[in-house]
Design a protein around this ligand. Structure first.
Ligand SMILES: N[C@@H](CCC(=O)N[C@@H](CS)C(=O)NCC(=O)O)C(=O)O
Length: 211
């Protein structure tokens, strides 16, 4: 069965790219070029009708949405490799909770902060259109998210216990955006240390190097 990842470097596809290297499964990569409109061409829209990267073809199944791809990779290849909890276990349910939380709560908060309080050339509103109250609320939510992670990591080295899993890929790939794209502080040594452990994984370096 062959796996093909459609990607651009340094974006939502990176978490899937990272996960594939963690799993050590063979895969092909197809890099898309936004400036050439590759992501809106009919041959790519036949794989991802949403016209965005990442997309993944695994045998007969065509997938999009980076988190759904991560779940698929965990289910299909991660359990036997100790990188994803077995189906039906409490740990599997917790993996869903933290991964979805990162994508829905944390990522939305980071992008809201960038839009309303940041200086990103493409993602921030012009200064005179930004709402300070909204930016302040996003900052408060960010700090709550960091506190939640701090508590979760108080008794565990990684999100699901003593070993790294694809749940850490999902959450670290989002939490890392706060400091990197929005200049948000990680006001917890425990969380910064966990993020550094995740970001120091050779599989991530390989994914970034491949890009
Ligand atoms: N929720 C999607 C977001 C995908 C996404 O926004 N990808 C960006 C690159 S990071 C993209 O393809 N942008 C092209 C476009 O919006 O036209 C996911 O997690 O896969």
């Amino acid at each position: 069965m062959s796996i093909t990842l459609y990607y651009t470097p340094m974006g939502s596809a990176t978490r899937c790219h990272w996960a594939l290297h963690e799993l050590g499964v063979p895969f092909e990569k197809v890099r898309l070029h936004f400036d050439k409109g590759d992501h809106k061409k009919p041959e790519f829209l036949a794989i991802n009708p949403n016209g965005k990267v990442p997309a993944l073809v695994d045998g007969d199944v065509k997938l999009f949405e980076s988190l759904a791809i991560l779940f698929h990779l965990g289910d299909r290849y991660g359990v036997s490799r100790g990188l994803w909890p077995a189906s039906g276990t409490d740990a599997r349910s917790e993996a869903y909770v933290w991964s979805v939380w990162a994508m829905v709560e944390v990522q939305t908060t980071v992008f809201e902060y960038i839009k309303q309080g940041g200086e990103h050339p493409r993602l921030s509103l012009p200064r005179d259109k930004q709402h300070k109250d909204t930016a302040d609320r996003a900052l408060a939510t960010w700090n709550t998210c960091v506190r939640m992670l701090d508590e979760r990591l108080a008794s565990r080295e990684y999100l699901l216990g003593s070993t790294f899993s694809l749940c850490d890929v999902a959450v670290a790939s989002v939490v890392g955006l706060g400091p990197m794209m929005a200049g948000l502080d990680l006001d917890s040594k425990r969380v910064s240390d966990w993020l550094a452990r995740c970001q120091g994984r050779p599989a991530l370096a390989r994914a970034l190097g491949d890009g």
